[in-house]
Design a protein around this ligand. Sequence first.
Ligand SMILES: [Zn+2]
Length: 263
Amino acid sequence: MNRLFLPLLIALLALTRPACALDAHGHEAAVDQSAIIVAFLNNLKADNSVYMSSRKIEFFAALSKGQTPVATVVTCSDSRVQANMFDRSPEGDLFTVRNIGNQMATAEGSVEYGVHHLHTPVLLFIGHSRCGAIAAVSGNYSKESAAIRRELDTITISKDLNNIDGVKANVHNQVTGARLKFAEEIGAGRLLVIGAVMDFADDLHQGAGKLHIVNINGETDPAKLENVSALLAKLKPKAAPEAAPKKPVASKPAAAPAAAAHH
Ligand SMILES: [Zn+2]
């Protein structure tokens, strides 16, 4: 028996007695957690089989050689936000860090790894509509555990903002923090820090599911954000003879061609 499977089986057996939850009327209602878990595992296996069979061996061979991701991405852990919303094949493209409130402060090592070791030319922060972390920070979260409070404490937004404006304010704050931390890389033209909001709830009234770019290296004017080439030209260092190349490919293995094919 698989070593990983045994503890899972024990956990499943422990759950065979239905757990109880309160229904809308405050009565205890049975929730069959084991059925949910079994369905989840079945779905996981089935979807993974489809994934394996729908890709060629070359795709996995390319991934096996190493990674040269384009972006270090810091996004909220919220289950409603996933990479396939803005990247059809994220494998090899995105070095992803996730936590509650898409904040850099409690994930600094992971973000540094993406920027300093993988040399991603983009650092992208993604907030999202209806964010629970932002809702918590806007209210009183003193009853949360110390571990949760430690992460929420890093989010500093005005409590009078509505949720979507709080999400945007937090994204702007994260971009500001990253610009300070990675000032050298930005100054040398090696890094662009982008702030975005995934609006699956259409709270910004431009279509449900739209990914809004709200900040590029501190620029927040919507008209200017549309013209990325002009922004890049402005950000390019005027004279940087010692500036390193954007992607020191010589020290890294080849990118995954299958993942890059969609871009
Ligand atoms: Zn969230």
